[in-house]
Design a protein around this ligand. Structure first.
Ligand code: MG
Length: 306
């Protein structure tokens, strides 16, 4: 029996029909924010309510605690120098793990006011760091600590590490969440989970055109979910978007068509590409870390230059 559900012939070329979904570890309260660190050959991911970051050793299969307490970290990304960039609900900031082991703050205020609780992050090839800032880490004491929002909205920000400049790139989302660029970085996809706070708000991923100056221009609704929220997601090298949902990983073609599903027995929060060839999809879902091999790989990984 296949672990893939093919909804469009295009999906067939992206999968390995007999590859099995592996449950690598269970024991989280809410697993989120996976990132693959190629040099360390490990996956890090967040267990937000337990205020810890876990580590899966890809070679030996062991799981251990990488960092705790960790400021209730959520989303992670790798920058161009191989450093981990983290969204911290607790400290309400975006931080970076230096090669000497220190976590340093990159951004914690916008126009003098504290950020809400950075949720997910992506690093563009020019070094700029883009992150979403909904309120989930300050809505209560489970994934952070209850606090009043100070910024007058939930924005997507663009941070320039070289200058320290923080710009609100998108102010038109209700609760921006997952983020990813298209392979040519001309499109930024943003998930909006605003239905948690605004009744009947569409559970959608939106596409924005990215200008040469880093500005965003709204383009279109890319996809609407019929099964829970789109939270975190990633884009493969062909521009297909692989996203979380309540019951599965869903794959969308660049034209927005739902082409296939990978059913997961828990609520999927996020995912990332990893493995030597970046063709192994690591999936965080509620209590667990899962993985499955695909016949496609991460955008931005230049396999043809190795
Ligand atoms: Mg998220």
């Amino acid at each position: 029996m296949s672990d893939f559900e093919i909804l469009d012939p295009r999906f067939k070329a992206l999968i390995i029909g007999h590859a099995k979904l592996e449950r690598l570890w269970a024991g989280c309260r809410w697993a989120e924010g996976p990132v693959y660190a190629p040099a360390a050959k490990h996956v890090l991911w967040s267990d937000i309510p337990n205020d810890r970051v876990l580590r899966y050793d890809e070679k030996g299969g062991a799981v251990s605690v990488f960092e705790t307490p960790c400021g209730y970290q959520n989303g992670h990304a790798l920058d161009g120098d191989g450093r981990i960039v983290a969204c911290e609900h607790g400290a309400r900031r975006v931080s970076r793990l230096e090669h000497d082991g220190r976590w340093i703050a990159l951004a914690d205020r916008f126009e003098g006011r504290r950020l809400n609780s950075p949720n997910d992050v992506v690093v563009k090839s020019d070094g700029s760091i883009w992150f979403s800032d909904p309120t989930y880490g300050i809505d209560g004491f489970y994934e952070g600590a209850l606090a009043e929002p100070e910024v007058g909205g939930c924005y997507v920000y663009r941070f320039e590490p070289a200058t320290g400049r923080l710009t609100a790139a998108a102010k038109d989302r209700v609760r921006p969440n997952g983020l990813a660029f298209s392979p040519d970085e001309r499109v930024l996809y943003i998930a909006d989970t605003g239905e948690t706070h605004v009744q009947d708000h569409p559970r959608a991923i939106h596409a924005y055109n990215v200008g040469p100056d880093g500005s965003l221009r709204y383009d279109r609704v890319f996809a609407v979910s019929d099964a829970g929220f789109f939270d975190g997601f990633r884009v493969d090298w062909r521009g297909n978007l692989w996203t979380s949902s309540a019951d599965s990983v869903r794959a969308y073609a660049p034209d927005g068509a739902l082409i296939g599903r990978i059913p997961i027995p828990e609520i999927v929060s996020n995912l990332c590409f990893g493995g030597r060839h970046r063709n192994r999809l690591y999936i965080t879902a509620q209590t667990s870390l899962y993985a499955i091999y695909l016949n496609t790989h991460a955008a931005g990984w230049r396999w043809d230059q190795r």
